[in-house]
Design a protein around this ligand. Structure first.
Ligand code: GDP
Ligand code: ZN
Length: 294
């Protein structure tokens, strides 16, 4: 039955191409959707109100309150990555060389957004994997969960973490995100992929994010390879809250706006000198602090 022209439907954004979207209503109908006034403040995973134009097209009018919002911001631009995510899968593999810095940045972003991170070391079948597994024990000591799996051979352990979650896959290209998605989804992926391909045909737009159903209660969002993770939206005064190994020093530096470099009475530098804080972590804190006050 046709909808009255002015009735709003509730839908979920399942594909984001930046300014164009695919949305799906709770009845399971998909529409190609645009926004009004060139709004770009919508993300994959958002629940939205849409007005229906015809059988294929809709307009996104607004988003419903969000449980979480993940975005990256550099000095000039902000990009939404996904909304309403409950779990961040940070995918690493020994080959090609992963960036530990990117891991630390992703963990910060997860902490700031209130999203539980899960570090996924992929390619467990490769012998080069061992030193990375050892390196990651440090992050386990901070309270982060780490799993060691092989997207090619067995994703059962990962699947158990995804129950009831809306998870996002993040990682540099080559770490195995597409392979993981394929292993977790099988045929479902092909089906959703077809919709995107049809919408995208000949326009050469990049998909920013794609949402898949794992089962009735669990969803997976795939995002393109991530090389940089702009954190300009973080506030320097809250920064220490996002570092599990430094939280205990909040308020202990002599100067409230300490940059943890030259200042006398810096609790973090003291902790590093006393061997209570890893020097690499202090360096990371210093570099992020510099980035945010610049
Ligand atoms: P993405 O760029 O993160 O999506 O990475 P891909 O899924 O395209 O994987 C990059 C390469 O790593 C491909 O050649 C995959 O076959 C390979 N790969 C992915 N998972 C595994 C794994 O568990 N073990 C091994 N040995 N190779 C893998
Ligand atoms: Zn300090």
């Amino acid at each position: 039955m046709a909808q009255p022209a002015n009735e709003l439907l509730t839908a979920q954004i399942i594909t984001s191409f930046g300014r164009r979207f695919i949305v799906r209503t709770y009845a399971g109908k998909t529409y190609e959707a645009t926004t009004r006034k060139k709004r770009v403040d919508f993300a994959c995973g958002d629940e939205v109100h849409i007005s229906h134009i015809n059988q294929q097209q809709a307009v996104i009018e607004d988003y419903l309150p969000r449980h979480s919002l993940l975005y990256r911001q550099d000095a000039t631009r902000s990009k939404l990555i996904a909304a309403n995510v409950t779990l961040m899968l940070i995918v690493l593999a020994a080959v090609p060389t992963p960036s530990e810095l990117l891991l630390q940045r992703a963990l910060l972003a997860a902490e700031a957004a209130g999203i539980l991170p899960l570090i996924v070391l992929n390619k467990a079948d490769l012998p080069q994997n061992k030193p990375w597994l050892e390196k990651l024990t440090f992050y386990q000591s901070l309270g982060y969960q780490v799993i060691n799996i092989s997207a090619l051979y067995n994703v059962a352990e990962l699947r158990s973490y995804l129950q009831g979650e809306r998870a996002i896959l993040l990682g540099q290209s080559g770490m195995g995100k597409s392979t993981l998605t394929n292993s977790l989804l099988g045929n479902e992926q092909a089906r959703v992929g077809d919709i995107s391909a049809a919408l995208d045909s000949g326009r050469h737009t990049t998909t920013h994010a794609q949402l898949y159903d794992l089962d009735a209660h669990s969803q997976l969002i795939d995002s393109p390879g991530l090389q940089a993770f702009g954190l300009h939206h973080l506030s320097v005064s809250n920064l220490l809250h996002y570092f599990p190994d430094m939280r205990q020093y909040i308020g202990e530096c002599r100067f409230h706006n300490c940059t943890h470099r030259q200042e006398p009475g810096c609790a973090l530098k003291q902790a590093a000198a006393d061997g209570k804080l890893k020097p690499e972590r202090l360096q990371f804190l210093q570099s992020i602090t510099d980035e945010l006050i610049r």
